[in-house]
Ligand binder design. Structure first.
Ligand SMILES: Cc1cc2nc3c(=O)[nH]c(=O)nc-3n(C[C@H](O)[C@H](O)[C@H](O)COP(=O)(O)O)c2cc1C
Length: 355
């Protein structure tokens, strides 16, 4: 990364990173190895607490600490993501998870998907041993509509707001807006001089898309699905193969997989974007849920692409290679820089005298 010219934004300054590329918190998919690799590439990596036990989370954070060669007393330059509805559902486990996280001195926490995310923003601020110092944990809030953005901005005072469009892989707002519409709507609420950095998420696969979102005013870009296609993600080879095989039209919003694996309890209006297969088809046909579950579990045992869960955003059809996450970051950075220079060149061309 050293030989590459950094891209500087409000977000890269806040986090002290060289490129405004972030790997999103992905329950069941982003562990310590992925988060560390993204940070080592010059971006910022998140691991996810998701549905994990506190011991598992601790192990994953320690793995990151080792991979980044971070001393016990120093800040670990990754973040940890939480599903707020899971924190609401299991309060004592929530306290343990957050206590492990804050004690381990990670640089950021990511909160999303709760009936009242603000409760957890407050909790984190009140329990952060570094609160009040420059080193205080940075709170990222992922939002899916304008009303939530207003709360994140005005009430919860998030340090970073992640604007998630309907294209995003994994969970999001079923009736959400496309990123190209939602982002400017949210950006119009934020004062240019002293607002928090806004990150854009959903359907991004290429450096040109990253450049386009920076041009739209994003301070950084979050990618999820692209990073599933790295050896460091917790996805299996079968899941990665399904992503490589998929065209973008196969990426659909559905509750089929939450019914099949029994992860119900998401806030109203939320569903998940994943790859259509027989599990989704059966669900849409109104098949009995016990039969869907049996076939789903058998599919997992047999590694059957046509039954298993593979979350994936609408950018999936643009992805054709598994690569180490560090290389993905560097490739995105280089392509983004190239696109920015090329676009700026359009101004130079316009200014040249016509012959
Ligand atoms: C496998 C997977 C798991 C995810 N889990 C979470 C999660 O636990 N919390 C969350 O806020 N977002 C989650 N997301 C959404 C991501 O944070 C991000 O918004 C999304 O991946 C961006 O869209 P993209 O996948 O098209 O790049 C998940 C996404 C994927 C693909």
């Amino acid at each position: 990364m050293d030989q590459i010219t950094p891209i500087e934004t409000q977000f890269t300054q806040l986090l002290g990173v060289k490129t405004p590329i972030v790997s999103g918190a992905m329950a069941g998919a982003s562990g310590g190895a992925l988060a560390a690799a993204v940070t080592l590439g010059g971006g910022f990596g998140f691991l996810s607490a998701g549905y994990d036990a506190p011991e598992t989370l601790k192990k994953e954070i320690n793995l990151t600490r080792d991979l980044l060669h971070t001393e016990e007393q120093d800040t670990v330059h990754v973040g940890v993501g939480f599903l707020c509805w899971q924190l609401d559902k299991f309060p004592s486990k929530a306290e343990e998870l957050l206590s492990v996280t804050l004690a381990s001195r990670v640089q950021a926490v990511w909160l999303a998907f709760g009936e009242d995310v603000g409760v957890w923003v407050k909790y984190v601020r009140e329990h952060d041993p570094r609160a009040g110092s420059a080193d205080a944990v940075k709170i990222f809030v992922q939002i899916t509509n304008v009303a939530e953005a207003q709360l994140a901005l005005k009430e919860w005072k998030a340090d970073v707001i992640v604007v998630q469009g309907v294209e995003a892989g994994g969970h999001g707002l079923a009736a959400g807006l496309p990123l190209l519409t939602l982002f400017p709507l949210v950006a119009s609420l934020v004062p240019e001089s002293n607002g928090p950095p806004l990150l854009a998420a959903g359907g991004v696969a290429t450096g040109s898309q990253v450049a386009a979102l920076l041009a739209l005013g994003a301070s950084g870009v979050v990618l999820g699905t692209r990073f599933l296609l790295s050896p460091e993600s917790l996805y299996t080879d079968t899941q990665r193969r399904a992503l490589l095989d998929a065209e973008s039209t196969l990426s659909v919003r559905t509750m089929a997989f939450d019914y099949a694996r029994n992860t119900l309890g998401w806030p109203k209006g939320i569903d998940g974007r994943g790859l259509r297969n027989a599990t989704v088809d059966d669900y849409e046909r109104g098949e009995d849920i016990t039969i869907i579950r049996e076939k789903f579990e058998q599919g997992i045992r047999e590694g059957d692409q046509n039954r298993i869960l593979v979350w994936g955003g609408s950018g999936v059809g643009l992805m054709s290679q598994v690569k180490p996450a560090k290389e993905i970051v560097q490739e995105l950075h280089a392509a983004c820089s190239h696109r920015i220079k090329h676009t700026a060149g359009l101004l130079d061309l316009a200014e040249k005298p016509k012959l």
